[in-house]
Design a protein around this ligand. Sequence first.
Ligand code: DOR
Ligand code: ZN
Length: 346
Amino acid sequence: MTQTLTIPRPDDWHLHLRDGDMLRAVLPETARHFGRAIIMPNLVPPVVRSDEAAAYRDRILSALPKGMAFEPLMTLYLTENTDPDDVAAAHASGLVKAVKLYPAGATTNSASGVTDFDKVRPVLEKMAEIGLPLCTHGEVTDHDIDIFDREAVFIDRVLDPIRRATPGLRVVMEHITTKNAADYVASQDKDLGATITTHHLIINRNHILVGGIKPHYYCLPVAKREEHRIALRAAATSGDPRYFLGTDSAPHTDENKIAPCGCAGCFTAPNTMSLLAHVFEEDGALDKLAAFASQNGPAFYGLPISGETLTLTKQDTAVAFPENIDTPDGPVTVFDPGYDVFWKVA
Ligand code: DOR
Ligand code: ZN
C-alpha cells in the first residue's frame, strides 16, 4: 500500500539564495516545494538598508520562473551603523520580516557584522518596541574559544545578556546545533524560537571527519557530537511550537567547497522535504512534520499558515536525487544523507 502524507505547503525560515546566476539556478529548487522563505542578507556587499532589501526582493522575484509562486521574506543585515528608523520603516511597510545578527567574522560574508553589541542597542530596543524578530547566528568568534564550543558560549556571553537587557525582543536562534541551545529554548518563554536545519538532524561531526574529510558536510555552525544531534531530533520532532525548519541551504560551487580553504554550507533545498519525512518517520513522528515544516514558523512570525498543501508519497525504490545542480559558475553538489530515502514529493 502506498503511504502518503499531506501537509500545508512548507516554508523555509532560513535560506541563502545568493544573487545573479546562482540565484537563478537555485531559486527553483526552493520554490518547487516551499511557499515562503526568510532570505539571508549575507551578500557581497550585505543587504543592510531597506532600499537594498527592496532591490534584492525585486531581483529574487524576477529570477522566479514563470508559473512558480514563491514569497521571499526579506531580512536586514545588522551592522553597528544600522539606523533604527530605517529598520522601523522597513518593518512598517511589510518589506522586512527580521533583522539578522552576525557576530563579525563568524561565517561567510560576515565581516560587516557586530563586534560591539552595545552599539546595536538602539536598534534592538526599537525592534522590541515594534515586534520585529532578531535572527541570530549564535557563535562567538573569540580565537580562544574552541569551534565546537562557540554556540554554547554565545548563549551565555551574548544572547542571554541581550535578552535580559531587552525585554520583549523576539529572537530566533538560527540553525541550532547543540543540546545546550535546544535546552535554552525549552527553558525560555514564547519570545524565543529556534530554527533547525535538515542536515543537522542527519550528520554529526564524525560524518565530516572520519574516513577522510567531507567538504560537503562542512557548514557553520559545524555539526557537533552525536548526543547533540539526538537532542536536535527530539526538539524538531516534538511538535513544540518554538522549533521550526530553517534549512540554511547554502549553495557554493564545488570549486569553492573542495579547496584548501573550503566554504561552509550544505545545499539541501532540492531534497529537504524527502529527507525530513525520512527522519520524522524514523523517529515515529510523521504526524509532527507539519508542525515543524509548515505551522510553527508562521505562528512565530505572525503569518498565516499556507492554504496550499504538499504531498509526499513513500515509494518502494529509493528516490534518485540529482547529484548536483548545474550553474554558470559550476556545479553545486546536493546534500547526500549517506543512505537511501523513499519519500518523494508528489
Ligand atoms: O554553513 C553556512 N553557510 N553557515 C552560515 O552561517 C553561512 C552560510 C553561507 O552563507 O554559505
Ligand atoms: Zn545561514
